[in-house]
Design a protein around this ligand. Structure first.
Ligand code: BGC
Length: 393
């Protein structure tokens, strides 16, 4: 009897210890996987995209993370050609308007996917004064100047450097804009860094320095369509803009100098609303923009942290959230897309098949003394960051 007791006791102890060991082992393995995936790399791959008519080689860089997100950026215009993001079923699809070849990007197009500078948005009559001197910019939207002029930052070739740090990967693009390029004073050294994280965030960091007093206002001009199907318009997307007022514009899209409260107007996006819900109603500001093409004054209580804008596509479940330290955001609803730009496979991008969230200072600030300043002086650094975060809901 005693022997049987002793045997059972030993057996029980053996089983208990072996279970514990197994359990510990499982925990360790699980821990290992978690630890491993946490540090899985965001990669960058370089390839040749094309050659310009002037013989310059244009490279493409693919940043790819471990959560189904991929961003392709070319050195021409710092353009995001492709941005793949998973939908609620985990299927990654392109969510930005883009073309297949460099030749198509070289054709006139409405700033598709590009970096915009030196001055995003409009400057009335392309004129401004600094330090008692008047400057005249190229009037590429006569009689005004738009998005940096005839050959803005969207049409120059940027130098690229890859920066890898494991959990993130960045592409650092730099460009020296010479004194009086497109009429802007000062040699401006510009650097735009795109960073992709494993948390499905695309950060855009803009930096610049000058050797002469000048003005700077940079942004990114990707046209999003979160459905991933560009035969759909963006009118069903639900948008939120944390803003109580817009910069009012005249019939040429130039600020009147006044702000307009959004309450009880089609510009109220303080709670989620479909872009298409009121885009067609009779409203003077909407008529002037041919739809939404306005700068919203952001409440942005905690600059860089507050989510200032959201867009959501119910069918795919994709959600885009924006943080920025800029005072404004231009929501442009692709009002001038008119079915003449080729899609990647077949067909053409039709009216309102993409929208832009252009974080920026207000349009025409150099001529509006009540707007936040866009002046950059030698010795100071222009530095601003916008983050686009993608998830599903
Ligand atoms: C402007 C629009 C313009 C579009 C393409 C937007 O940022 O606000 O008015 O048509 O860019 O050029």
């Amino acid at each position: 009897m005693n022997v049987i007791y002793q045997f059972t006791f030993i057996l029980v102890i053996f089983c208990l210890t072996s279970f514990t060991t197994k359990d510990e082992e499982t925990k360790l393995v699980a821990k290992k996987i978690v630890t491993h995936s946490k540090y899985q790399e965001v990669t960058i791959k370089k390839s040749t995209f094309g050659i310009t008519p002037e013989g310059e080689k244009i490279d493409s860089y693919k940043l790819k993370n471990q959560n189904g997100m991929e961003v392709d950026i070319i050195t021409y215009g710092g353009i995001i050609t492709d941005l793949k993001v998973p939908n609620k079923k985990g299927i990654s699809e392109n969510v930005v308007i883009g073309f297949k070849t460099l030749e198509e990007y070289l054709q006139p197009n409405p700033y598709v996917g590009a970096i915009i500078g030196r001055y995003a948005n409009r400057i009335a009559n392309g004129k401004f004064s600094l330090d008692g001197k008047e400057y005249q910019l190229t009037l590429n939207r006569p009689p005004h100047s738009l998005h940096g002029g005839e050959k803005g930052f969207n049409r120059v070739v940027w130098k690229a450097v890859e920066v890898k740090s494991g959990k993130k990967a960045s592409l650092r693009l730099s460009y020296l804009s010479k004194d009086l390029e497109e009429g802007y004073p000062g040699n401006l050294q510009v650097c735009v860094t795109y960073t992709l994280t494993n948390e499905n965030q695309l950060e855009v960091l803009y930096e610049a320095t000058t050797d002469k007093e000048t003005i700077v206002n940079l942004t990114q001009h990707s046209y999003f369509n979160l459905s991933g199907d560009f035969s759909n318009t963006i009118l069903e997307h639900e948008v939120v803009l944390q803003s109580d007022k817009i910069v009012s514009i005249n019939e040429n899209g130039i600020p009147t100098g006044e702000f307009e409260w959004v309450a009880n107007t089609p510009f109220d996006f303080r709670t989620a609303k479909k872009i298409g819900k009121e885009i067609g109603v009779k409203n003077e500001q909407l008529e002037r923009g041919n739809g939404y093409d306005h700068c919203w004054v952001l409440n942005n209580s905690e600059r860089g942290k507050t989510i200032v804008a959201k867009a959501y596509d119910k069918v795919s479940g994709r959600l885009l959230e924006v943080t920025t330290d800029e005072p404004g955001i231009q929501l442009y609803t692709g009002n001038f897309l008119k079915g003449n730009l080729p899609m990647r496979t077949s067909g053409f991008y039709e009216h309102r098949t993409g929208f832009c969230f252009e974080t920026q200072h207000f349009p025409d600030s150099p001529n509006q003394s009540n707007f936040p300043t866009t002046v950059l002086i030698p010795g100071k650094k222009y530095k601003t960051k916008t983050t686009f975060t993608f998830s599903v809901n």
